[in-house]
Design a protein around this ligand. Sequence first.
Ligand code: ATP
Ligand code: MG
Length: 451
Amino acid sequence: MNLESRTDITPTLRIIPRDQHIISRKNISKAALRVLYRLNEAGYAAYLVGGAVRDLLLGLQPKDFDVATSATPDEVKKLFRNCRLIGRRFRLAHVVFGPEIIEVATFRGLGEDGAEGDRHIVDGRIVRDNIWGSIEEDAIRRDFRANAMYYDISDFSVRDYVGGMQDLEDRVLRLIGDPETRYREDPVRMLRAARLAAKLGMRVDAAAMAPFATLGSLLADAAPARLFDESLKMFLGGHGLKSFRMLERCGLLEFLFPATARALKRGDEALRSLVEQGLANTDARIVEGKSVTPAFLFAVLLWGEVRDLASHWIAQGMEGTEAWAQAAARVVGEQCQRVAIPRRFTFTMEEIWSLQPRFEQIQRKRVFRLMAHPRFRAAFDFLLLRGHESPAMHELGQWWAHAQQLPQDVLAAALPAGGGSASDNAALPTAGKPPRPRRRRRKSGDRSGSV
Ligand code: ATP
Ligand code: MG
């Protein structure tokens, strides 16, 4: 860590007593309270810290509860049977209560002479950070002022060392210390700024926003696995659409999802509405407590580039299936250099994409085969999103929605048995009409799609 950047910050403690803030133990998880009390009874300082304190002060329900303490990880481990030590970059204790994990971190120091522990810095980036310190030091090495407040279990007060309370009142995210240095230490902080602003409905302070243009490219050096985790937090945390817009507005999207940024920059408004609708649907599902899969969302984000590349190669004479497979492989390969999407997800993404052309093949056997495909549901949901691409695509989606409602025999009777015209897309406008009214709508020269 560049120590000069932090020595200009003098933490000034402001204690907000219990009766002057809204944090109530009712809103803190039982597991977190148990950890706090146990540490405290054993004579250590113990605080709820970070995002949980910030969220509680904003009247939101925290996602997780983190604890900061004067006890070292080994000391924490001795106090809890259900405890394991994790991490290399940051050594932490996890205290496990069934499905809930309370993360307990020892106060981190700035590494002045005589400090205990070890820190390793390469080219200004922190690669290992295990130096223990005081609570003041712990506060100023956090990212945003609003993330550096401590809820004291011994008297239920909130301790604010760097003006976080002020920022919550102003609804602004300000970095602790010099923004450029803080981003160079850890470029992922830029993404955190965008994500937290979206999640909390706060703005990013101008000084914290200014370096994005010059330092955004440092995200290329961040670990792809970490960027995958961060992407999930951004897009599957219930605020995906806002996070996405924020990323784009901040100019950071191109460093994380270059293919998406490129495709959108081509000015394809239909693609933009497809992506935004995909994100909005995901957010809505999360609010409703429904499951969401990262594969679907990444398939949405990268679709424009895959589709355009496949169409380009097909226009150049490449065989369809081959073109789709190669386009998918190219786009996924490039993306995974930035964001390490695990293979099980990229596999599903490729399936969702490669099934898309098959929706245009309205023939009895093919329709039933597609409906029986294990990935049909996801691919169909994807097709519905593609309704944004054109009226014909919207109609195709409606056709498939309707087809699924019909009894099998009725559907079978309405479908052409097929022959050589399986990929006769010209049949679509008629084929796209639901079979139920059994009204024939013929276009000149097209009699094949009488469903
Ligand atoms: P969320 O609501 O997503 O949990 P959070 O702020 O709690 O947001 P966490 O990743 O849970 O995010 O981190 C907990 C706390 O650790 C933060 O509030 C902040 O104080 C500190 N922190 C996290 N990441 C960084 C970072 N990259 N640099 C400095 N401090 C960080
Ligand atoms: Mg958190």
